[in-house]
Design a binder for this molecule. Structure first.
Ligand SMILES: [Zn+2]
Length: 170
């Protein structure tokens, strides 16, 4: 379980915190009585005295995975595309019709950025959740809203037989 500084910073946003359903087994950081020092709690039992506002929730991987809709196949597939964008690249060269997704610079740069930025599965999954649900990217310090990339394919489009890429092939 990642409880490092970066993951804590990434979790500290309303998009994630508002999704919390408080339960035994949650991981969280307590700030108020421990300023400047991170104290990780792993609740066995949530008592009546518990104040959620004093705590920052650190979702486990399974909790992150539940935030994304879809069955197992589509979750695994869309997570794969998130970490390997070249596998679903639609940045074809419109002039020549030449299409070689293995060497797409945009997608390769994005994949490199992802694996340079994130160092744990929790961070990767959280980044994936934020992209899927809110179209936001972590720039290393904060979440940034993204323009919709028309060339990034969604799993839904893929499963529906979206053949958009064909128009670029000759
Ligand atoms: Zn591409």
């Amino acid at each position: 379980m990642d409880s490092g500084e970066t993951y804590i910073k990434m979790c500290d946003c309303p998009e994630i915190q508002k999704q919390r359903v408080i339960a035994n087994g949650d991981f969280e950081v307590r700030f108020k009585h421990n300023r400047g020092q991170v104290e990780i709690h792993h609740h066995r039992e949530i008592t009546a005295h518990y104040k959620p506002e004093d705590h920052l929730w650190l979702p486990r991987q399974d909790q992150l995975q539940e935030m994304v809709t879809g069955d197992l196949t589509s979750k695994v597939y869309s997570f794969y595309i998130f970490t390997h964008p070249e596998s679903a690249c639609l940045h074809g060269n419109r002039e020549t019709g030449y299409f070689n997704r293995e060497y797409c610079k945009i997608c390769t740069d994005e994949r490199n950025r992802i694996f340079r930025t994130f160092t744990s599965m929790e961070q990767l999954w959280l980044a994936f959740v934020m992209k899927e649900l809110h179209n936001k990217l972590w720039d290393g310090a904060k979440w940034i809203a993204q323009e919709l990339d028309k060339a990034s394919r969604t799993v839904r489009g893929d499963l529906n037989g979206d053949e958009e890429e064909e128009e670029w092939e000759t």
